[in-house]
Design a protein around this ligand. Structure first.
Ligand code: NAG
Ligand code: NAG
Ligand code: NAG
Ligand code: NAG
Ligand code: NAG
Ligand code: NAG
Ligand code: ZN
Length: 606
């Protein structure tokens, strides 16, 4: 991570998925709102279907009828499994209802009451009214007056949750980041950490008139709660606080401690919030000192037919590297040019990189493979050929290779899940039309695949550029090492980290049936199946790879069990996050509160 321009926010992933976001307002109102993270995670899958042009030498298959129980263990392929059937390809857990059943149902009853709801809407609306905007060029806390609004926000939080503030210990980290500690009764259990961020993406002033209700109104119109932060991420932050406050009012004491940590610059550099919180949390709780972490991230949707919900917590995140390529050459008058100027040489390098994209891989041990297994096993409208291949690919290397080809052919955007991406996003060079350029540079943005590493990416770049440096007689400094390349009479090329060291792909959170992942999965299922109006055939919880990063990128030392999940999905957001008309479906926000409540109960009950 590093400079302010270095956006690693999961919400900033530059992808757009046109088929899931056709932009008529009417349509947005009907469906809408995946959080961007949910979008990134889920919409890719929709692409597995759309535009599927791949055809291989496969038997013709009939479109799905659920295969019967007796032939679950394969032999003959017969379409998707019903969600109630367990499988080895995508093992599912049962719904997990909190042990304190009465408390949970009491709270569900409370959350259904209109008094509770209107109070909860007010609390979120009030939080939205405080514009805690996150700027890329913010100087550190204390040096930039634009941070002061976070003090107002924190005062608001303290006034709004008196019961919580009487019970939990609050520590302010770097002035505005907040850590709450709720002491558990059993000191030998590791605490659980719930995260959210206080900051929001700034509202572009010229777009204010395009908002149906003003961006900092927090207005509740009877269905939606309007404004910047209503979805990303104040509904999570306030939702967590409402859940905790409600549990305390019911007299609940957790067995393990519950820690809440709220960053202040997730939407920009992350250095002032999570950057300080990481150190504080590690000092306080120790390395691997937490049982698990829950932060914003993937959501839920029905990408493969309306009757099966897929919830996709991100259990791993891609890495990140911005690589700078600088070419220096002798200047001079452009009337007597060499055959290649520095710009020409840099152009050759860029062309070569684009001609050699990073290799995609579909590994059986990887998260994209696990997710593919879940969609193929349970998605009613998953493409039949891919479903067949996914099943065969569990044991056959030939089928695995064909599955990879099939996924990539279904949509080129799937390559972002299966490989490191590169994008030449910045270029600079030349000052005058009659002067040979002496110094030119480009910056290449990389999102690093789960199976790869920062070092792999550097090696790849070096491998592609070395022959070119040699050909042009350039000396080569590759990421701090002088590599023997050309004679140097052509000039010099330097490869380096553009802003600071890259970020490795995250550790992969274990997702076994006995891991904390199962508690999350069971909690998600319990929340859905007890939601009023729930009418699905079932809920499948699948691990997922996130293409972007959240504040958790700084928290790897605290636990192996990191989950990035918002209990939010189709229909929960009006417009879109990070743009105009961000609004949270009030009902969906109540469901978030229900989810956080059950999550705390299921992770901290005796
Ligand atoms: C599903 O199968 C796994 C083993 O593959 C098992 O551990 C788990 O308990 C099963 N889940 C249910 C709901 O039976
Ligand atoms: C605290 O938790 C540990 C570990 O699960 C357990 O062995 C112990 O019995 C618990 N103590 C109490 C007082 O519940
Ligand atoms: C590289 O340098 C050699 C002499 O050292 C010269 O013959 C050759 O033309 C140069 N190549 C380029 C591309 O400038
Ligand atoms: C590489 O060589 C150049 C000159 O050829 C020198 O300026 C630079 O310091 C060297 N870098 C390293 C890392 O040795
Ligand atoms: C994690 O631990 C390592 C080794 O103790 C330390 O060098 C690193 O700074 C820690 N990472 C963070 C983000 O605090
Ligand atoms: C980890 C934990 O304490 N989970 C609780 C969640 O709810 C289940 C089902 O009632 C309890 O058995 C667990 O104790
Ligand atoms: Zn966010």
């Amino acid at each position: 991570m590093g400079t302010p321009s270095d956006k690693l926010d999961v919400d900033s992933v530059a992808f757009r998925f046109p088929d899931t976001r056709k932009n008529s307002v009417a349509r947005q109102r009907r469906r809408a709102c995946l959080r961007a993270a949910a979008l990134v995670l889920l919409a890719l899958l929709v692409y597995y279907i759309s535009g599927l042009s791949w055809s291989g030498d496969l038997p013709e298959l009939q479109v799905s009828s659920y295969r019967s129980k007796t032939v679950i263990d394969r032999q003959l392929f017969k379409g998707p499994l019903p969600p109630a059937e367990n499988s080895t390809a995508c093992p599912q857990v049962d719904v997990l209802f909190p042990g304190h059943n009465e408390l949970d149902s009491d709270l569900d009853e409370l959350y259904a009451s209109s008094a509770f709801r209107s109070n909860a809407y007010d609390l979120l609306g009030g939080a939205i009214q405080i514009p805690t905007e996150s700027y890329d060029d913010l100087a550190p806390v204390g040096q930039d007056p634009r941070w002061e609004i976070f003090g107002t926000f924190n005062d608001y939080i303290e006034q709004s949750f008196p019961v919580l503030h009487a019970k939990l210990k609050l520590t302010k980290v770097n002035t505005y980041a907040l850590v709450y500690h709720w002491q558990g009764s059993n000191g030998s259990l590791l605490p659980v950490l719930l995260m959210a961020h206080e900051d929001v993406v700034p509202v572009e002033p010229t777009t204010i008139d395009d908002w149906i209700h003003p961006p900092y109104s927090g207005f509740y119109d009877g269905t939606w709660i309007w404004g910047r932060g209503s979805c990303d991420d104040k509904s999570s932050l306030i939702g967590i606080l409402v859940a905790v406050e409600s549990l305390i009012k019911k007299g609940f004491t957790p067995s393990r401690s519950v820690v809440l940590a709220f960053g202040i610059d997730e939407e920009s550099a992350g250095t002032q919030g999570a950057g300080h919180l990481a150190g504080y949390l590690e000092e306080t709780y120790g390395k691997d000192g937490l049982a698990m972490i829950l932060d914003e991230g993937g959501g839920y949707g029905t990408p493969y037919g309306d009757d099966v919900l897929f919830a996709t917590p991100a259990t791993s995140e891609k890495g990140y590297l911005d690589a700078r390529i600088e070419v220096s050459a002798s200047g001079g008058h452009s009337s007597v040019p060499p055959p290649h100027t520095a710009i020409g040489m840099l152009s050759s390098m860029i062309s070569a990189l684009e001609a050699h994209p990073h290799e995609t891989q579909l590994l059986r041990s990887g998260t994209p493979f696990l997710a593919t297994q879940c969609f193929a096993t349970y998605g009613p409208e998953y493409p039949e050929k891919l479903r067949w291949l996914a099943e065969e690919a569990r044991t056959s290397d030939v089928a695995l290779a064909k599955l990879k080809t099939g996924l990539l052919a279904a949509d080129r955007r799937n390559s972002a899940l299966l490989g490191t991406t590169q994008a030449v996003d910045l270029i600079q060079g030349g000052v005058k039309v009659n002067a040979l350029p002496e110094h030119v540079e480009a910056i290449v943005n990389h999102r690093i695949a789960e199976h790869s590493s920062v070092d792999d990416v550097k090696q790849h770049i070096l491998g592609v550029l070395l022959p070119i440096a040699t050909k042009f007689n350039l000396t080569l400094d590759a990421f701090g090492k002088n590599i023997s390349a050309g004679t140097g009479n052509g000039g010099h090329v330097v490869l380096s980290d553009a802003w600071g060291p890259g970020l490795e792909p995250s550790p992969v959170t274990p997702t076994g049936i006995a891991d904390p992942f199962a508690i999350l999965a069971g909690t998600i299922k319990a929340t859905f199946t007890t939601t009023e109006g729930y009418d699905k055939k079932g809920v499948i919880v699948s691990p997922m790879l996130s293409l972007g990063n959240t504040d958790t990128a700084r928290y790897w030392n605290l636990t192996k069990h990191i989950f990035r999940y918002d209990h939010s999905g189709e229909g929960a957001v009006y417009g879109d996050i990070h743009t105009i008309n961000e609004a949270r479906l009030a009902e969906a926000y109540i469901q978030q509160i229900r989810f956080y409540t059950k999550f705390i109960l299921n992770t901290t009950d005796k």
